[in-house]
Every structure is written in structure tokens, then in C-alpha cells.
Design a protein around this ligand. Structure first.
Ligand SMILES: Nc1ncnc2c1ncn2[C@@H]1O[C@H](COP(=O)(O)OP(=O)(O)OP(=O)(O)O)[C@@H](O)[C@H]1O
Length: 356
């Protein structure tokens, strides 16, 4: 459905996106993740045809991303979705349905159905009097008035309470189950991990990893083992293992001499965090030598966040873009000093949801 080739955006001399390549299949939930300033919004706006790429192409189905006709098949949710404060949710959604020439009855059925699924109450309340979460739900409903095949959501759950966040994430899954393709950005990696089929991780305009979360984990992350013993184990007794690595992987002490408070592992247990099975065995023999035993062993998969912190912390020449190509160093990452819109067709706070 989406094909991105060498997509690049510079604002003045500042490279906001440094040449991205990826594809998104029909019905996929595709995550674009990374910290503030990574280039997520710029990428999404280029896909939505709201920002003109400096180089490269993005095609959506048969259309170029800049094609006006493409927008009829697209629902775009901007990061900030200012709504017309004096309108009610119902009148606002009707207004957008009219922009897309959706017949009245169909528009009413569609928006009421979406608002039911999002459990939005008080549909005749002024938008200006709604909570942030309610406004976000209305903005999501707006992205669906034209029944698009592709949804591009910029930080859909950002700043929402955990309950509303859950609704939004579940709703996103629900959309994909109904055959929609969803591209969404997030800096909360947990949101992405729980919902996306595939992701690209961006940092300073570059893609630094890509794939399904298990693929990224297999390629960039290491499993650690938490071994619970009835006696403390001396770090020097953990032989045949790279204890230093274990510390890195788990961001924890390799051998914890204080009793563990994790009651489910039993009273008075001590935790050793190690990187491989040889080390697990050496913890076992050390514990037995000290008159104790191993009572539990748990594996810990690194989260996307662990992997991201590891990758982003490495110098660029030691990374690749997930396709075996080295990631280029960027001159001046994250400095927000440039002005001018640099070809941003959208402006920053327009309330048109891509309906032009
Ligand atoms: N119109 C613009 N003019 C100049 N610089 C811009 C413009 N838009 C974005 N940038 C810069 O490009 C970089 C990437 O911005 P972008 O909004 O794409 O990041 P992001 O990953 O979406 O960040 P956030 O999570 O904070 O929204 C930032 O350094 C930003 O300051």
C-alpha cells in the first residue's frame, strides 16, 4: 500500500529526515517510533502529502503522496488536533463529512458508530467544554468520516490518561482488523510494542532499526536471565560467563547480595542477573557450594525501549539502518532553531484533517 524510497526532508540546512526507505502492506499497523525531534511527524506529513519531500518519493497505492485524489482515501490525525471549540461533536463531524461529500444518512450512521466504539459520551456538548481525551476521540472520529483505507495517526495516544490510551490503542487494532492500514507514530515505545505489526525506529532523522518487534529484539537485543537463589552468590563465583555483559544487558547489578523483595520468588531470595545459560549454571553451582539452591530462573526479554536506548546511545558508525547499510552521522541533531516552513504544506495547527 505504501512505498517510501529515499525520502528526505531538510529545513534550510537542517536534515529533519535523512533518506528513509520502507514499505507498509495493506491492513498492517506500522509504527514510526523515536524520541522528540526524531523526524516522525515530518515523515508522516510527507506520507499524507502535507510536507513536500526535499528528495525521494512516497506512493500510496497508485497515487503519489502529494496527489489531491489520494487524500480522499486517507484519514490524517495531527499530533495537535485543535477543534472548532463552539461546535458540538456531532455538528463538527457532520461538517467534515460534508467536506467529503458523504451523504447525510451515511455520515450520521458512520460517525455515531465510531463514537459508540470509542465510547464517547456527551456528543452534543461544545468541543471547547470537552476533556482532552474526549477531544482526541472526536478527532479520531473525524479521521474516519470519509471511510478511508489508510489512517495516518501522529501520536494518537500522547498525553492521554492510561484508560483513554488503552481505548485508543485497542481502537487502532480494531481498525486493522476491519482491513484498514494504519501508520502511527509514538515516542512511547510501549504503545508501539503492544499494537504494531512492524516498526521503524528513528533517531535524529535516521532509521536505526526496523522489522517486527521480535525481529528487532532478535537482531539488537539480548535476553537476560534472572536467577533466584536461597543464598547470596559472590560475583567472583559466577564463572564461565561475561558478568560485565550481564550488567549491561540488565541494567542491574549482576549479583544482588541483598534479599530480593519479589515475594513470588519465595522469601529471602537473592537475584543474580546473567547473560547466558553457562552463567546460570555457574550461579547454580556457586549457590550449592554455599549450601543453598536455585529456586527460580526467569528470562527477561529487552523491551523496545531498552533496545532503543542501546542503539541511540551508540556512535553512528557502529549502527546500520536495519538493511545492513551504515547510518550516516547527522551534523546537528535536534536543534530547533530554524524558522520558516521549509515547504510544509500544512502549517502547524490547521484543523482540516487533510480534507483539502
Ligand atoms: N517547519 C519546520 N521548520 C524547521 N524545522 C522543522 C520544521 N518542522 C520540523 N522541524 C525540525 O525537524 C526535526 C524533526 O521534527 P519532527 O516534528 O518531525 O520530529 P518528531 O519526531 O515528530 O518529534 P516530536 O515527538 O517532538 O513531535 C526537529 O528538529 C524539528 O525542530
Amino acid at each position: 500500500m505504501i512505498r517510501v524510497d529515499g525520502l528526505r526532508k531538510t529545513y534550510g540546512d537542517f536534515p529533519a529526515v535523512v533518506g528513509s526507505d520502507f514499505e507498509v502492506g495493506d491492513g498492517e499497523i506500522f509504527g514510526v517510533v523515536g524520541p522528540n525531534g526524531a523526524g516522525k511527524t515530518t515523515t508522516l506529513k510527507m506520507l499524507a502529502g502535507l510536507v513536500e519531500p526535499t528528495e525521494g518519493t512516497a506512493t500510496i497505492g497508485e497515487y503519489d503522496a502529494g496527489d489531491a485524489e489520494m487524500r480522499r482515501h486517507l484519514g490524517f490525525l495531527p499530533e495537535e488536533s485543535p477543534l472548532y471549540e463552539d461546535m458540538t461533536a456531532r455538528s463538527y463531524l457532520r461538517f467534515f463529512a460534508d467536506l467529503y461529500d458523504v451523504p447525510r444518512e451515511e455520515a450520521t450512521r458512520r460517525t455515531e458508530d465510531t463514537l459508540d466504539r470509542l465510547e464517547l459520551e456527551h456528543r452534543d456538548r461544545r468541543l471547547g467544554d470537552m476533556s482532552k481525551g474526549m477531544k482526541r476521540k472526536v478527532a479520531i472520529a473525524r479521521s474516519l468520516v470519509n471511510d478511508p483505507e489508510l489512517l495516518i495517526y501522529d501520536e494518537p495516544a500522547s498525553g492521554l490518561d492510561p484508560l483513554t490510551t488503552n481505548y485508543v490503542l485497542e481502537f487502532t487494532r480494531d481498525l486493522a482488523e476491519r482491513g484498514k492500514t494504519v501508520v502511527f507514530s509514538a515516542h512511547n515505545l510501549y504503545h508501539v510494542e503492544s499494537v504494531c505489526d512492524r516498526v521503524v525506529i528513528m533517531n535524529r532523522g535516521e532509521i536505526i532499526a526496523r522489522g517486527t518487534v521480535p525481529e528487532i529484539r532478535a537482531e539488537h537485543g539480548e535476553t537476560s536471565y534472572h536467577v533466584f537463589t536461597t543464598v547470596p552468590v559472590e560475583e567472583t563465583d559466577v564463572v564461565g560467563a561475561d558478568v560485565t555483559d550481564a550488567v549491561d544487558v540488565a541494567a542491574d547489578t549482576a549479583v544482588d547480595a541483598t534479599p530480593d523483595t519479589d515475594a513470588s520468588a519465595g522469601p529471602e531470595t537473592y537475584r543474580s542477573v546473567v547473560a547466558d545459560m553457562d552463567a546460570v549454571e555457574s550461579v547454580r553451582s556457586a549457590a550449592e557450594k554455599a549450601g543453598g539452591e536455585v529456586v527460580d530462573i526467569r528470562t527477561r526479554e529487552p523491551s523496545l525501549e531498552d533496545i532503543f536506548l542501546d542503539l541511540a546511545g551508540r556512535p553512528p558508525e557502529t549502527r546500520d539502518d536495519g538493511k545492513g547499510r551504515p547510518v550516516a552521522a547527522q551534523a546537528d541533531g535536534g536543534v530547533e532553531t530554524l524558522d520558516g516552513d521549509g515547504g510544509d504544506r500544512s502549517g502547524h495547527a490547521r484543523d482540516d484533517g487533510g480534507a483539502r
